[in-house]
Design a protein around this ligand. Structure first.
Ligand code: FAD
Length: 282
């Protein structure tokens, strides 16, 4: 990846640690080319179309807003002008945030969770080639440090796509502990078999997503194992249901870590539709 240093700037409060590369905001209409089942709860959706011209994404957790057809089947796309989304409040829109898993120049690939509680989860369950989706963004790429010696990565199914991106990008020299929450072993997805990556899977065993402390408990144990590594040599990242992420952030903060050694965001909140991950408590 080539990044024009003159276009990058430091995110306030992160002490030159996470760089943001602004990207032109563009709305695109794309067509599902293929769908793969990665597990019973995660589907890989490949999107194509001429609108992908100029698409760019560089960071492991970069995300787009995906626009789904309304109940009448009509896909309403946002209007963007000069990098601004003009009709943001239009009630006809149904949109949710998704991580850019990969973009190979012709295909944009998203890994999407199947669940029955919201329109995006239901669309994913029924996804098939030929369906159209709208995609807005990414608005920018976030480039976290890739030169730490130790990484602690934590995710539920919604954070797995970004966690996979992390594993694709980290140097072979990095010592990585990935903690992943899924329902049961049959919901495992293939993770790259890297020599210096330890993976802890934790299982809800039928409990509803977002109702357990499994992820936090496993992160606490992994964090204890890293006690001798100073924060400046570590990076922690988490993406999952908001209450888990908040507890992980509190656990690290209580031990003297701050935004120079972690970045984490609640990706959804139990009981809230279209949760805003920019909310102060995300
Ligand atoms: C930056 C970012 C990146 C994300 N990347 C991905 C990604 O790559 N893949 C992905 O699948 N998701 C991802 N998510 C999460 C996704 O946006 C949310 O799960 C979203 O709420 C799904 O929309 P929905 O229409 O299915 O449910 P909503 O209409 O938003 O919510 C309806 C109900 O469903 C519940 N709900 C929402 N998500 C889940 C879930 N996963 N499991 C169980 N119940 C749920 C809500 O709590 C609510 O009660 C990301 C979120 C953010 C903020």
């Amino acid at each position: 990846m080539t990044v024009d240093a003159t276009r990058t700037r430091t995110r306030p409060g992160t002490d030159d640690v996470v760089r943001r590369v602004p990207l032109s905001l563009v709305a695109r209409e794309l067509v599902v080319e293929a769908v793969e089942d990665l597990s019973p709860s995660l589907r890989r959706v490949h999107l194509t179309g001429p609108d992908l011209l100029g698409f760019a994404s560089h960071g492991p957790a970069d995300h787009v807003k995906v626009f789904f057809p309304a109940d009448d089947g009509v896909l309403h796309l946002p209007t963007v002008s000069d990098g601004r989304w003009l009709d943001h409040g239009d009630p006809r829109f149904t949109y949710r945030d998704y991580t850019v898993r990969t973009f190979d120049g012709e295909r944009l690939t998203l890994d999407m969770v199947v669940h029955g509680h919201g329109p995006a989860g239901r669309w994913t369950a029924a996804a098939q080639p030929g369906l159209s989706l709208g995609v807005l963004g990414p608005r920018g790429s976030m480039l976290p440090p890739l030169d730490r010696t130790h990484y602690l990565l934590a995710a539920d199914e919604t954070g797995l796509p970004a966690l996979l991106n992390w594993l694709d990008r980290l140097p072979a020299s990095a010592r990585v502990h990935a903690v992943v929450e899924v329902d049961s072993p049959e919901h495992h997805v293939d993770l790259p078999a890297l020599a210096r990556v330890d993976v802890t899977w934790v299982y809800r065993d039928g409990a509803e997503p977002g109702t357990t402390t499994l992820l936090v408990d496993a992160v606490r144990t992994a964090h204890e194992g890293l006690r001798d590594v100073p924060p400046a040599r570590r990076w922690s990242w988490a993406a999952a249901e908001t209450s888990s992420v908040r507890a992980i952030r509190e656990l690290l903060t209580a031990d003297g870590h701050d935004r120079t050694s972690f970045a984490m965001t609640g990706y959804w909140r139990r009981g809230t539709a279209n949760f805003d991950h920019h909310a102060p408590d995300a």
